[in-house]
Ligand binder design. Structure first.
Ligand code: 5GP
Ligand code: ZN
Length: 112
């Protein structure tokens, strides 16, 4: 379990670790992923620390989805994945709930 003080995403929200910020609201923070799977790969996180989706207050979830939608619109991509991992076995690396917005450029369809 990640503690609040050591949580890398809590530290990003506080500005202790630099990030390329996209949209910040009262309850959410979004920024570019440091290891993008595609150009514009973004992360949307709640400001409140929760490790997994089911630990998150309902209101935060709604806020996050609205921001994910805004980012998808701003990126102008018709094809993208909204991805969210919970737990190590499910490939969650950072123990603070986050949604990935991963654009799928048309070129990637040709690559397979
Ligand atoms: P997960 O596998 O937990 O769903 O994804 C964690 C994501 O966080 C990865 O895509 C990784 O590149 C990203 N990430 C990890 N540390 C940092 C960081 O310090 N800054 C940013 N911008 N992204 C990070
Ligand atoms: Zn955190």
């Amino acid at each position: 379990m990640t503690s609040l003080a050591s949580c890398i995403f809590c530290r990003i929200i506080k500005g202790e670790i630099p990030s390329f910020k996209l949209i910040e609201t009262e309850t959410t923070y979004s920024f570019l992923d440091i290891g993008p799977l595609a150009r514009g790969h973004s992360l949307v996180i709640p400001k409140v620390h929760a490790e997994k989706l089911h630990e998150l207050p309902d209101e935060s979830l709604q806020d996050i989805l609205l921001i994910a939608k805004k980012i998808a619109l701003a990126l102008g991509c018709e094809n993208y994945n909204l991805l969210q991992n919970n737990g190590k076995i499910a490939h969650q690396e950072v123990g603070h709930v986050h949604f990935h917005v991963i654009p799928k450029p048309e070129a990637s369809a040709k690559e397979g």
